[in-house]
Design a protein around this ligand. Sequence first.
Ligand SMILES: Cc1cc2nc3c(=O)[nH]c(=O)nc-3n(C[C@H](O)[C@H](O)[C@H](O)COP(=O)(O)OP(=O)(O)OC[C@H]3O[C@@H](n4cnc5c(N)ncnc54)[C@H](O)[C@@H]3O)c2cc1C
Length: 413
Amino acid sequence: MPSETLRFDVVISGASFGGLALACGLSQALGPDLKIGLIDRAVPSVAAPIADSRAFALSAASKRMLDVLGLWTLVADVAQPVTSIEITDSTLNTGVRPVLLTYDNVTDDGEPATYIVPNSALQAALRQSVLANSSLKFVAPATATDFVSDDFGIEVLLDGGGVLASSLLVAAEGRHSRLREAAGIKVVGWSYPQVGIVTTVRHDRPHGGCAIQHFLPAGPFAILPLTGNRSCITWTEDADNARRILGLNDLDFLAEVDKRFGGRFGALALDGPRQSWSLEMHLARRYVGPRFALIGDAAHGVHPVAGQGMNLAFRDVAALVEVLSDSIRLGFDVGDLQALARYERWRRFDSMISTATFDGLNRLFSNDRSLMRSGREFGLGLVDRIPKLKHFLVGEAAGLTGELPRLLKGETV
Ligand SMILES: Cc1cc2nc3c(=O)[nH]c(=O)nc-3n(C[C@H](O)[C@H](O)[C@H](O)COP(=O)(O)OP(=O)(O)OC[C@H]3O[C@@H](n4cnc5c(N)ncnc54)[C@H](O)[C@@H]3O)c2cc1C
C-alpha cells in the first residue's frame, strides 16, 4: 500500500479481463510515455493457480484484438475452435435430445466464429503481458474506495489511506463496482432465480469442435469443447435445485451432468472442480462522468446464455482505446469529456441491446410451457431451413457486426 501519492496518466481499478486488456491496448497504442496504474484487491501472479474453472467462448473479433495485442499466441495452444453448433430443446428426462438447429460456425473468411479458451490461460496471458511492461504498474493488494475530481485531475482513494493521482480513472471492477457507486451512477437490473454451475468433463468420443446448447426447463446447459476429449459445462439451473446438486458427491453429481448431456460423446468422467455463480443482469445508466469511465461488467452484466459478457467487455476496451488514442493524438487531455462521451455513445446502446436480447432468450427458453415449447420448435426449425438466418447468427457470434473498433478488426490503433 503506497503512503505517498503515486502519479499516473490513467488509473484502472480492477485488474481482471477488462482492466488488463485495457492497459495492454492503451500502452500499445500510446507507447511507454503513458503511465498506467492498475489497482486490484488481489496481487496478480502468473505462477499462482487460478481457481476459477470457467472457459470462455471468445468471438472471432475478440480473438483478433488479442492477436493485435500479442496475447493470442500465449493462449493459442489451448484455444479450441468451435466449428459447428447444435441446439436442442427438451424436457429434463428426455433420453436422447433431438437436434432442432445445427449450423457451421465459420465466417465467410473460413475462420471459426468462436474459440473456447480456459480462464486460467487467458488470465495468465494478460497478467504476463502487463507484468512485462514497465509503463504499467500494479498497485495491489489494494481496494479503491472513492475518488475526487476537478478540472485538472482525479485522485483515487485506497483503503488504508493511499492516494493515486491521475488524469483519467477507469472502473473495471466487475458487477459490484464500488467506484460506480462512488460516482453516483445508478444501475437498472435484477437477479435471476437461477445459478450458473461450471465444471469440466472428459468424454470417450471426440467432440469434433462442436458446441452444444441444450435448452432445458431450468435453463440452458452448454457443452463447450476444450482441447482433447474434454468439454466445459456452463449450466444454468434453478437456484434450489442447484444447491442440492452442488451438495452431491462426485458420483451423483456426474449422474446429474450425464442426465442432461444427451449421451452425445460417450461415457463421461469429471475432469475439474464444480463451481457456481449467482446470475444477474444489469446496465449502468451512464458509462462516463468527468475523468471517469466504466468498462466490462462494471458497465453491464448479461446472462451467460450466449457466452458474451467478456466479448462485450473487450468491445468496450477496443472502443475506449480508440477514442482515447484519437483524442490524445489530437492534443486533448487524457480525461477529455468529449472523448469519453464518444465512448459512451458507441458502447451503451450496443450493450443495452445485448443485455435485453440475452435476458429475453433466457426467459423464452427457461420454461416448460407446452405452448412456448411448440413455438420454439417451430422457430428453431424455421431458422434451420433458412441459410441467411444461420449466416446472421454466425456473424453475431463472431462479433463482426455493427460499427467495429479497429482492434476488433485486427488493426492496430
Ligand atoms: C458462469 C459464467 C460463465 C461465463 N461465460 C462466458 C463466456 O463463455 N464468454 C464470455 O464472453 N463471457 C462469459 N462470462 C462473463 C464474463 O465472466 C464477464 O463478463 C467478465 O469476467 C467481465 O470481466 P471484467 O474484467 O469486467 O470483471 P471481473 O472479471 O468481474 O473482474 C473485476 C476485477 O476487479 C477487482 N475489483 C473489484 N472492485 C475493486 C475495487 N474497488 N478495488 C480494486 N479492485 C477491485 C476484482 O478483484 C476483479 O479482479 C461468464 C460469466 C459467468 C458467471
